[in-house]
Design a binder for this molecule. Structure first.
Ligand code: B16
Ligand code: MG
Length: 217
């Protein structure tokens, strides 16, 4: 096959989205306000800095540069306390099977994540050395929905954008894949990720036959 696969991390391979939510919510609560799970959808796939900007908007708060930086660091510290407890059991159901299939069939695959903690997390779940390329928040200057992260990943795999299959759980990420002219597969709810070429609730819903067909199309 001339095709390749790009995985988002948070919300696709592991459910660190729940840890991000807990840590951001604590920050908001400490600053005297709250936000909903629906609002949290808008933070998925969004960089740390842009996430804090959005949250402060919701709370109608403005922070000095120094305080903004301090709050980002506090949030990350809190988030990493959850990450520290992770192991391979945190890999979401059905993901390992797809990864094994790709390895057995010599299909190149990469990580395309907005997270600066991606390598740390992949190490915790024992997947770090399985990827042919890792592109994360330390490699990009433009956040999803900009296609940069996925375009760099496809290039690293030596795969054309139109031959790249992207798994994404976030609206911004699905848009980034579409903007890159890639095949987008949303992992989550149809009503949230309707812009994707295909949507599955989770990886247990994905038949290996479906992957096989996409790869040989
Ligand atoms: P960090 P992904 C994204 O990861 C998360 O979805 C998003 O909620 C988070 O703010 C962003 O990473 C930055 O993460 O604070 O660890 O650098 O979904 O693109 O894998
Ligand atoms: Mg994600």
């Amino acid at each position: 096959t001339n095709k390749g696969v790009i995985f988002d991390l948070d919300g696709v391979i592991v459910d660190t989205a729940k840890f991000h939510f807990l840590a951001w919510r604590k920050l908001a609560n400490d600053l005297g306000f709250d936000f909903t799970k629906e609002q949290n959808e808008q933070l998925k796939g969004v960089s740390r800095e842009d996430s804090l900007k959005k949250i402060l908007d919701w709370g109608e708060l403005e922070l000095s540069k120094t305080e903004f930086k301090r709050q980002m660091a506090l949030k990350n510290e809190n988030y990493l306390s959850y990450v520290a407890k992770m192991d391979e059991d945190e890999i979401l159901p059905g993901v390992q099977e797809v990864i094994d299939y790709l390895i057995e069939n010599n299909v190149p695959f990469a990580l395309g994540s907005a997270s600066k903690n991606a390598r740390n997390i992949l190490k915790k779940i024992n997947l770090l050395d399985k990827f042919d390329a890792i592109v994360d928040g330390t490699d990009v200057s433009k956040a999803k929905p900009d296609p940069e992260v996925f375009l760099i990943a496809a290039e690293a795999l030596n795969i054309k954008p139109e031959n790249s299959i992207v798994f994404e759980d976030s609206v911004a990420g699905v848009q980034a894949a579409n903007n890159a002219n890639m095949i987008s597969i949303g992992i989550g709810e149809q009503k949230t990720l309707g812009e994707a070429n295909y949507v599955f609730t989770d990886f247990t819903e994905i038949d290996i036959e479906f992957i096989k067909k996409l790869l040989t199309k």
